[in-house]
Every structure is written in C-alpha cells, then in structure tokens.
Ligand binder design. Structure first.
Ligand SMILES: Cc1ncc(COP(=O)(O)O)c(C=O)c1O
Length: 433
C-alpha cells in the first residue's frame, strides 16, 4: 500500500469513518504527482513553468475563437473557460457552496463539516462514496422507492446487498419504524443508509416532526453501538411546497448527532441551479467526533478518487456558477420564479389527482415536494401501462420497478397537467377495468 494511503488510514483510524472504508478506500490517497508538483511550481517557478499539459501563451490557455466568441465579451477570461479546474473544484465555488449550505440549512451554523468537494455531478459523488465506503457484500439500507441508479451503483458496481424497507408506513408518512428495523438488521458493527428527499420517484419529503423522528431513530440505533453511515442525497433540495415539510437537509442534523454516525451529503448545482448539463455536484462529510485531521484525510482520499476517475471537473460550468452566485443580477429572482412555477405545477397535479380519489385503480403516493409524483399500480404491470400510454396516447411516463408509475410534472407545461393525469387514469381503466 502506498505510504500516503497508510498515513491517511492512520489519521482516520480513531474516527467513525475508518471502519467503513472499502479496500479501495483504504488504498486511496492523493498522489504527490503532476497535480501536486505543478501546484508547487505555480508558487515558485517564476522563470519557466513546464509542469502541466495545458498549452499556453503569455500565461493564458490557447483557445479556438469560435468557442470563446460565444461567451459575452469581457465576461469570463480564457482561463476561466479553457483551463483545468483544481481537482477538488474551484476554491471560490467551494466556499460559496459552503456558505449557501449554511444559509439554506441554518442548523449547520457552527458545526464542523468539510469544505464541499466539487464532483462531476451528484451521480459521481454517490459513486465515489460507494467505492470508498462500501464493499462487496455490505448491506446498504434504502427505502423501496428509490432512484434506479442506486441499483447500478451499489448493487451492480459494488456488489452490496440492498436492504430495502417499505417507503411509507401505516400512517402514510415515511416508514421510520421500517427504517430502524432495517438498520438494526444489518449484519455486523456497521450499517449504511441512503436517504433522498425530496424523493425520486415519490416526490415525498418528511414533515418537520418526521424528520426529527428519523434522526432520533438513527441516533437510537447508534446508541446500541452500531456505526452508521447516512448518505443524504439532496438532488432536489429546496423544492418544498408545503408549510410543515422539513426544509433542511437531514445532513444538517446528522452532522453532529452522534459519534457513531458518519454523515455524508451529496448535492449538486444540477437541479438547484438549473444547470443539468454542466455536471457540477458536491460532496461533504461530517461527524460529531471528527477532528480537522479526519476531515483533511477524508478530503485527500476523495481527491484521490476524483483524480483516478475524472481527474477534475467541468471548468466553464464552475466559472459560470460562481459568476451567477457572486454577481448574478437575476440570480435570486430567477430561482424564485422557477420555484413558483414548479409549485404551481405541483398544485395543479395535486388537484388533478384529487379528482380521481374514488378511482382505486391507481393510488398516488403521498407527495409534497420535488419534481415528481408516482402511482402505486397495485401489482399490475407499470410497464404495460407505460407502453400503452406511449402507443395509444403519445404520453411518456416512467415505469419504476414494474409496479410504480412516475410522472415528472416538472417537464410538462401547466396547461397540460390535468389532461396528463386524466389520461393516465383513463389508460389504466382501459387496460385493467
Ligand atoms: C435522486 C437523485 N440523485 C442523484 C441524481 C443525479 O444527479 P446528477 O445529474 O447531478 O448526477 C438524480 C438525477 O436524476 C436523482 O434523481
């Protein structure tokens, strides 16, 4: 094992994170290779800096005028578009994101957590967490309605066992008892869980009381001596449409909840800043017992993962986000407009679904946030309904694991939403009544 990895492992050995490390996680480190040497040269090589594979003239990268001319004159310098970004991401972006995390999650104020690392979208963040902290055969707890990519990442890439529990409890809210039982049933000393709110595919976020009960339940498992890694997938963070919905990420509570809890937050500019194609996400760590040295070691291991997967992330995307967050004339206004548009669509869909409340052929899952709502097809084939809707009505929806039909109402104009819901019910009636 590389000596640098050994040093990081030694630093982490008295932290909760250590026992979660996979074999890859243990081997990982940030090499003192080209990147580190060229960083050193940036400071000292005043005469000739022949370190990086990036073609420059007078200190600026070469570029094609046909590309640069597409940016507004004077807006971004060539280096802000064409250079490599640092491996962990643009420093200004990282601290802006950290500040915005505290603004959006006031409970984080004063808590110790890592400076977010920039990832190539949230998928990349989750995938790296899986490679670093989950090994083949480990249990990963997850509610049974989840983003399908978790399967590919945790089950197929890593070879972990998905320990699913029913998403909704008997009262129609989040199944906290089921979650707790699943955590307790994980074999051995360690348990891992991924929670995603607002949820894809259901559109559900816990109420404030439920959020507190979720944290209390995980803490009660931690008190039994089990060590728990809680991954908060906050892809749709902020899209909360009801008053009593929890408005903070669970990460804000788990960050200092218990020494046995290792809190991981994956979030992204993708949906929060409406830059789906930019591929800019973030990865942040916290635990009650973490020291600065633990956080530094975890950051270095993650930098190693970034280095060996994508090396570094999208430069123009990061510069554009920094510029909007720092100096954007319409930044807050546009975000507010888009939020109200999504809320409006949510309300239309709610009403449209309500009209069909006596039609038990499909049951909408409780939803209050995000981009989606989903129907329970009661064991009938959601794939059959999906293809029927497509072929007969030219309506595209998603079949989730054969028994759930998901509607992404975020991508349909408000005028069409009632008809969309009516058509789904009509088609289900034609098929199954
Ligand atoms: C629940 C959830 N997590 C993560 C992601 C991935 O986000 P990104 O596009 O930033 O990789 C998505 C995207 O659809 C998602 O729905």
């Amino acid at each position: 094992m590389n000596i640098l990895a050994e040093e990081l492992n030694k630093t982490l050995s008295d932290s909760v994170a250590y026992g979660f490390l996979s074999a890859v996680g243990r081997r990982m480190y940030f090499p003192k290779g080209i990147v580190a040497q060229s960083d050193e040269a940036k400071e000292k090589a005043k005469k000739y800096n022949a370190t990086v594979g990036l073609a420059t003239r007078n200190g600026e990268p070469f570029y094609l005028r046909d590309i640069y001319s597409l940016f507004k004159e004077g807006s971004l310098k060539p280096a802000q578009i064409f250079s490599y970004a640092p491996g962990g991401g643009d420093k200004t972006l990282r601290s802006l994101w950290k500040d915005s995390m505290i603004e959006k999650n006031p409970s984080l104020k004063g808590k110790r957590f890592s400076l977010p690392l920039v990832t190539g979208g949230l998928t990349h963040a989750i995938s790296m967490v899986a490679e670093l902290f989950v090994s083949e055969g480990d249990d990963i707890v997850c509610p049974d309605l989840f983003w399908d990519n978790y399967d590919l990442i945790f089950t197929d890439l890593i070879g972990a066992n998905a320990r699913l529990f029913p998403f909704y409890g008997e009262n129609g809210g989040f199944n906290i008892e089921g979650m707790k039982a699943a955590l307790l049933s994980c074999k051995g000393e360690y348990a891992r869980i991924i929670l995603n709110f607002p949820n894809n595919p259901t559109g559900y976020t816990p109420s404030k009381d439920e959020a507190k009960a979720i944290v209390d339940a995980v803490v009660s498992v931690a008190e039994t001596g089990k060590k728990i890694m809680v991954i908060s997938d906050d892809a749709y963070f902020g899209l909360f449409f009801e008053d009593d919905t929890e408005k903070e990420s669970l990460f804000a509570y788990f960050a200092d909840a218990h020494e046995n809890i290792f809190a991981v937050k994956g979030d992204a500019a993708t949906k929060e800043e409406m830059v789906w194609g930019f591929r800019v996400g973030f990865l942040t760590y916290a635990s009650k017992g973490f020291t600065d040295a633990h956080i530094d070691a975890l950051t270095k291991k993650t930098l190693g993962m970034i280095r060996c997967s994508v090396s570094n992330c999208d430069r123009p995307g990061q510069s554009l986000i920094v510029s909007a967050m720092q100096d954007g004339e319409h930044y807050r206004e546009d975000k507010a407009i888009i939020f109200s548009e999504m809320k409006k669509r949510y309300e239309i869909v709610h009403k449209a679904v309500e009209k069909h409340k006596n039609d038990d052929i499909l049951t909408p899952y409780s939803f209050n946030s995000g981009y989606f709502m989903a129907f329970d097809t009661h064991g009938r084939s959601a794939e059959e309904l999906r293809t029927y809707l497509l072929d007969k009505y030219q309506v595209g929806v998603i079949n989730i694991m054969g028994k759930t039909l998901r509607l992404a109402y975020c991508s349909v104009e408000p005028e069409g939403l009632e008809e969309l819901v009516d058509t789904v019910y009509k088609a289900a009636g034609e098929l199954w009544n």
